[in-house]
Design a protein around this ligand. Structure first.
Ligand SMILES: [Zn+2]
Length: 473
């Protein structure tokens, strides 16, 4: 079936027709469009050729962009990516009004907003921007692979990595389209350090935010996030809690720009190598896109299920390069990550078991029931298994929550453990959870919903048990 969609952002333009497998309308076994407005029906030929600006176009657009995003990562890691929940992902194309979008695990959903630009009077639809749709789909994909990154309190820099993952995903997905490749090559002449549409994110929504919330104080070309940046890693604790958009703050979207900046620089470095080998700018961009999609997907699989610091993910990129590229990009990765302060001088790693029986003993000893939480096998014959040993911990005299110790194992086609990562619950883990809960409670609006608070509370005999809402904007 043919569907009309936008390959990047409405401000970039270029409505395209793509052919998608399936004939079930805007639903397949992985995702379905659900809407307050009735969901678009195909024409007599089974196609969805709706005009830009209509709710039907927006429904088709979210479906195409979310599917392209999932397809790209499944190809990059070589296996079907599970969701962090049972059933399909619901795409709520018109969820409410504003300049936003979010993923909510508990609701199995992606949600997009429509906001009115106060200067132009134009309605800006999150569902028309591939940057926005792909970013939210990225949250769902990362949650499927590493649910611990948003499942527990006290997750350190994990929320910022989640935001960065969404942006890296949007960049890689937009670069799947030849029109975008062509546009970037025209803008940059092959020098990816120059401004371009792939690195600049959510152009139209940024314009609406500038006109509406920032009193048009920024230039017309201003965007919320640009991967082509120079931000260096510093500990978020040392940054001002509130800062203008250009200044780093601990707020996850703001802080995420450090990692996304490093990612764009790695992609640029790979592309420069391809150029030096005689490839055309278009070929080099396609090839570097594929290398970095694979590097990112594998790094997530080899990386932590809970993330305290960005350094752990930087380490995972080096591991991914070593295992899947034979160390081909080691120097490049070390240069970029090192110059961004993303490689920690002292990175003590918890001793992880080297074989399966030692691993099982470890999970048993932490009081957990070693049932695999997640298993997948990739097209190289490698199997990844994760076990979560969940324990209830005391936050204060009346409040408890669950935390999980995670063990991740990678087993090669010969049955040998080639990767193991053990993340126990420690005093620091519990303390970090306490701090996050007290921060959320300080900010809690009166009479707020679970979604506004970021957690739900169940009454217990001693008081209450809190569960973190797995949500990201
Ligand atoms: Zn996000």
């Amino acid at each position: 079936m043919k569907i009309r969609y936008l390959p990047q952002d409405p401000l970039v333009g270029g409505v395209r027709e793509v052919t998608l497998k399936g004939s079930g309308g805007l639903a397949n076994e992985r995702m379905s469009v659900q809407d307050q407005a009735s969901v678009a029906r195909p024409d007599a030929d089974g196609n969805f050729l709706y005009e830009l600006g209509t709710p039907e176009f927006q429904q088709g657009n979210t479906f195409v962009a979310a599917n392209r995003t999932l397809d790209m990562f499944e190809k990059a890691v070589g296996h079907k990516i599970p969701w962090a929940f049972q059933g399909d992902l619901k795409i709520h194309t018109h969820y409410g009004s504003g300049f936003n979008a979010f993923y909510l695990r508990q609701d199995h959903s992606l949600n997009f907003f429509d906001g009115v630009d106060q200067k132009t009077g134009k309605t800006i639809h999150g569902s028309e921007s591939l940057d926005v749709i792909s970013h939210e789909t990225g949250h769902a994909i990362l949650d499927g692979l590493r649910p611990g990154l948003m499942g527990w309190f006290g997750s350190g820099e994990a929320p910022a990595f989640h935001e960065s993952f969404g942006d890296m995903t949007a960049i890689l997905t937009s670069l799947q389209d030849d029109l975008v490749i062509e546009r970037v090559c025209q803008e940059t002449g092959g020098d990816l350090r120059k401004p371009n549409v792939a690195a600049r994110l959510a152009e139209e929504m940024s314009q609406g935010i500038n006109h509406t919330y920032l009193q048009s104080t920024r230039p017309e070309s201003w965007v919320m996030r640009d991967a082509n940046n120079d931000y260096l890693y510093v500990r978020p604790e040392g940054l001002p809690e509130k800062a203008p958009p250009e200044v780093l703050s601990p707020e996850p979207h703001s802080f995420s720009r450090i990692f996304t900046g490093a990612f764009w620089e790695m992609l640029s470095g790979v592309q420069e190598r391809m150029l030096a080998q005689g490839q055309s700018p278009q070929q080099a961009l396609r090839a570097s896109r594929d290398v970095m999609a694979s590097m990112l997907g594998h790094a997530v699989e080899l990386g932590p299920n809970r993330l305290n610091r960005f350094h752990q993910m930087a380490q995972a990129f080096l591991k991914a390069d070593e295992r899947y590229f034979g160390g081909e990009y080691k120097d490049l990765l070390q240069d970029v990550l090192g110059s961004r302060n993303l490689i920690s001088k002292a990175a003590p790693e918890v001793q992880a078991p080297r074989d399966i029986s030692a691993a099982m003993a470890l999970v048993h000893s932490s009081g957990g029931d070693p049932m695999p939480e997640s298993v997948w096998k990739n097209d190289r014959g490698e199997t990844f298994v994760r076990f979560d040993a969940i324990q209830e911990v005391q936050l204060d005299a009346h409040t408890t929550t669950d935390l999980a110790a995670s063990l991740t194992l990678g087993i090669d086609s010969e049955g040998q453990v080639f990767h193991s990562l053990w993340e126990p619950v420690t005093d620091e883990t519990v303390e970090a959870a306490r701090q996050e809960v007290s921060l959320l409670r300080r900010r809690e609006p009166a009479g707020s919903s679970d979604l506004e608070r970021g957690y739900s509370a169940q009454p217990t005999r001693q008081g209450q048990k809190l569960s973190k809402l797995a949500v990201a904007y």
